[in-house]
Design a binder for this molecule. Structure first.
Ligand code: SF4
Ligand code: SF4
Length: 280
């Protein structure tokens, strides 16, 4: 069993509770306008466009025409990901769950757990199940960061070894969600309920991008929809301000929300009884 891994960050304090090793999977199934790492969306097609522009010769072809990457020569200039016509990166690696876990294990004395993200990591549920099984055996906690478009209900084995999920709700209204992501939010909302009912909803993430959708209405309606589930298990809501860094040029024009606007959204949630609200 293998998955394409974009990168592994040994220490992260923003991908779940405590200090964690974060694993980013390559490949996504939706198209968020505000995606700030669009190079994780596609799988490399070995077109070679990046090989010709790499200034240090870190990229080359194998005899079979596969693009390969030499990390020792790379200066992290990102020229390759900017030129890639397929929203991909040549700096990815195909790995087994055991190989990924070997990289996680090195941090064990210093981390509370492992978090998986992307791309969309739920496109690889069997890989996650195996990886989390290994992590749990060493006493690490396990968190999933997901866009919510893959039904968690369909993977009871994975849920058994998962401590919590950080779920994106990119818009509460179906038409607005489609505008933001190109996809329906029916499964996302069903996932929110399923995870909340099973005490696995750790955090709901909302990117606030003025001009793209009505965040105020969305936060209010989403907050009211999920509020009853806080009785089962409380969860955090994280309001994330849109920032244009890394966003594709054609989508970088959305406004950056100011502190007053973000505080107003937080206030709406407080009025609904939410206590754990983070603005970032
Ligand atoms: S970031 Fe990409 S283009 Fe730049 S040196 Fe590394 S491989 Fe080459
Ligand atoms: S990373 Fe992109 S540009 Fe480079 S070979 Fe793969 S698809 Fe082509």
């Amino acid at each position: 069993m293998k998955a394409v891994i974009n990168r592994i960050i040994p220490f992260s304090s923003v991908d779940g509770p405590g200090n964690r090793t974060a694993v980013f999977f390559q490949g996504c199934n939706i198209d968020c306008k505000y995606c700030h790492n669009p190079e994780t969306r596609g799988i490399c097609r070995n077109c070679g466009a990046c090989v010709d522009v790499c200034p240090t010769g870190a990229l080359s072809y194998t005899e079979e025409g596969i693009v390969c990457y030499d990390g020792a020569k790379c200066v992290q200039c990102d020229t390759c990901i900017h030129i890639c016509p397929h929203d991909s990166s040549p700096r990815t690696q195909e790995m087994t769950p055991e190989e990924v876990y070997e990289r996680v294990k090195r941090q064990i004395p210093f981390i509370r757990g492992i978090s998986v993200s992307g791309g969309e990591c739920m496109l690889q549920p069997d890989f996650l199940t195996r990886l989390f099984f290994l992590a749990r055996a060493d006493g690490l906690t396990t968190m999933i960061d997901s866009n919510g478009t893959i039904p968690f209900r369909g993977y009871p084995g994975l849920m058994e070894v998962t401590d919590g999920v950080m779920l994106d709700i990119k818009a509460f209204d179906g038409a607005e969600h489609r505008k933001v992501t190109g996809a329906s939010n029916e499964t996302v909302l069903a996932n929110a309920v399923y995870l909340a009912e099973h005490a696995k909803l750790y955090e709901v993430r909302v990117v606030v991008a003025p001009g793209l959708y009505d965040a105020e209405r969305s936060v209010k309606e989403m907050g009211a929809f999920l509020a009853p589930y806080r009785k089962i298990h409380d969860f955090r809501i994280k309001l994330i301000a849109f920032r244009p860094m890394g966003v594709r040029k054609q989508y970088a024009h959305y406004g950056v929300p100011d502190a007053a606007y973000l505080n107003r959204l937080a206030e709406l949630l407080r009025d609904l009884g939410y206590k754990d609200i983070v603005i970032t």
